[in-house]
Design a protein around this ligand. Structure first.
Ligand code: ADP
Length: 271
């Protein structure tokens, strides 16, 4: 496939020629593929030494090898928390690459919505308590046709953002309800909200509303792109509505489990 761009050459207000450039899109796809592969290899190679550094630092910081002077302890704590951030970043990069390329298959099975919602709330309990935020859950009695681990990842990502961007004493509401043949999840907070012109961009890699969000809130800017990949691989949709200053609500849909036999695979012989 070839893309064409033409721009006229104007001399003395007369068009005297045109510049046409051809760009081979197949070549661009190959570049994208190489870029993804490069990212994946580099991330793998970084993770191993980083895990070892994290181990040593953790041991030193815990005082297991003897007391560390106060100033040294502060430095070690900073080093540990920054190493943790790097590990999170690398894991997220690897995750998104593997989910988008289909290397991680969605292990779809019959999954109870209420169990999933309760598990997600339990997983976030410590973080919510630390931030002084209350998380409420209201889930319909229904089953999903979904990968439970990936659903947990999506819910905990959204809940952790909602808690992170809430004020103390804020309330975060997780709701799951029927929506045609799907289940509609929503995670609502009363936090700072998201400006209208960023509502779509934040689902792209490394996009944040505020450039200080990564540093101050400890995020990677990959949480929402990962959620979107997971939801789309399940055939669902994800979006956000927000009123700046009042809060945000993230929504996503996932197909409900149905007892009907699933349609024959595309390559099955027609009978
Ligand atoms: P991060 O790891 O930075 O949280 P995400 O992809 O999960 O990455 O989110 C991207 C950005 O979207 C965040 O850095 C923040 O600017 C914005 N954002 C996400 N969730 C919320 C929310 N509940 N309230 C306000 N802003 C949010």
């Amino acid at each position: 496939a070839v893309a064409k761009l033409a721009s006229p050459i104007v001399e003395d207000e007369r068009v005297t020629g045109a510049v046409v450039s051809f760009r081979d899109i197949t070549e661009r796809r190959e570049v994208d593929r190489l870029k993804d592969e490069f990212t994946s290899v580099v991330s793998h190679e970084l993770r191993t030494p980083l895990t070892s550094i994290r181990g040593s630092l953790g041991l030193l910081a815990s005082g297991a090898l003897g007391a560390v002077p106060e100033k040294g302890q502060r430095m070690l704590d900073i080093a540990v928390s920054n190493t943790d951030r790097l590990v999170r970043l690398i894991n997220d990069i690897l995750d998104i690459e593997r989910i988008e390329s289909g290397k991680i298959a969605m292990e779809r099975q019959r999954t109870a919505v209420s169990k999933l919602a309760a598990q997600a709330r339990d997983a976030m309990e410590a973080m919510a308590a630390g931030a002084g935020v209350t998380v409420t859950v209201s889930a319909v009695e229904a089953d999903l046709w979904a990968d439970p681990d990936r659903m947990m990842q999506t819910l905990t990502n959204l809940l952790s953002n909602a808690i992170k961007f809430s004020d103390r004493d804020g309330v975060v509401e997780l709701v799951a309800r029927h929506h045609g043949g799907e289940v509609l999840f929503s995670v609502a907070d009363q936090g700072r909200g998201i400006p209208a012109d960023r509502l779509e961009a934040i689902f792209e890699r490394f996009q944040q509303v505020d450039s200080s969000d990564a540093r101050e809130k400890g995020g990677t800017g990959l949480g929402l792109p990962i959620c979107r990949s997971i939801v789309e691989q399940h055939g669902g949709r994800i979006w956000v509505e927000s009123t700046p200053g009042q809060g945000s609500t993230f929504f996503f849909t996932v197909p409900a489990y149905s007892a009907e036999p699933s349609p024959p695979a595309a390559d099955a012989p027609a009978v």
